[in-house]
Design a protein around this ligand. Sequence first.
Ligand code: FEO
Length: 384
Amino acid sequence: MYISDDIFYIGVNDHRIDLFEGQYPVPHGMSYNSYVIMDEKIAVMDTVDAGFTEEWLLKLSSVLSGRKPDYLVIQHMEPDHSAGIAIFMEAYPDTCVVSSAPAFTMMKQFFGSDFNTNRMVIREGDTLGLGRHELTFVAAPMVHWPEVMVTYDACDQILFSADGFGKFGALDEEEAWTDGARRYYFGIVGRFGMQVQNLLKKASGLTIQKICPLHGPVLSENLACYLSLYNTWSSYQPEEKGITIAYASVYGNTRKAAELLADILEKKGRKNVVLMDLARTDLSFCLENAFRYDKLVLASITYNAGIFPYMDNFLRLLKEHNYQNRTIAFMENGCWAPTAAKGMMEILKDCKNLTFVENTVTIRSAVNEDTMKKIEALAEELAE
Ligand code: FEO
């Protein structure tokens, strides 16, 4: 992968992984990116996950061609990027570790050493001259941990963006950037919209030709498009018009109501109507669609005088991720005392700027003629 005449990619692809960060299915694998800047001084940008440090060190050695690195820049201490620090320092003990103060605290916690005999503690705006390249460090706290710094190389106009602009998926898999990047964003960084907005404001003052993230491809074309998507996502605005219908059903009656609603909406010409079975779809995909579109229908059975556990989990995930600025509708089912709509509203009531539609569909056990009229009324309201 060409980045520039003297910046080289030494990242790795992980096809063994089942759950990224212990929870996100990654059917297309994952990449852990790392880069080397070969200048008068040599800087290595981040390390890789523990399972791939040997492969990474071999790639590094090949690029170095007998030279020794001067700096190891650590932008983010999450182990998918930092696990190789100790083994790197054993191989290249004279290297200076360059990172933020909170990152060195974490190094002590992870490795029992904060490399205090050979380190450089950097702060917002600090620079590191390598010769032709000069790196400027930009604080990006909570994108995605508090110690994160991103790095700008004014020479080649490259932004090393840490987790920002990353995506799920190994680099040798064919997948559109948005498909892996949107779910990655909302699952991992989405809760920190304000901090991403702060970073975007800082980035807007830079001329950027390429973005080199720690996951996913190097971005070198249509950067305005990626920046615009990040602005939309981090300001919690819907990306496009559409309706996610998320349902939790036990015997299929609530599912049938959700499917009937989807059919009517599609017959009315609504695009992007997406049905999601909360019990059988990983919630990261449901979260992605809930944020992608402007309307969300929540359909749940009543369970133990509350809502079904899969719906409960989903709603708490939405709330935890600062879900806002959307239109919400409820469908509830109950054989003797349907209360799911009230329970769902209770969880979402503190979310900012949610509009709740007037029509709530209450199903008594199974869809009947009367319920069909309510579903049609809801479809009418949602299609407006
Ligand atoms: Fe890819 Fe927050 O680590």
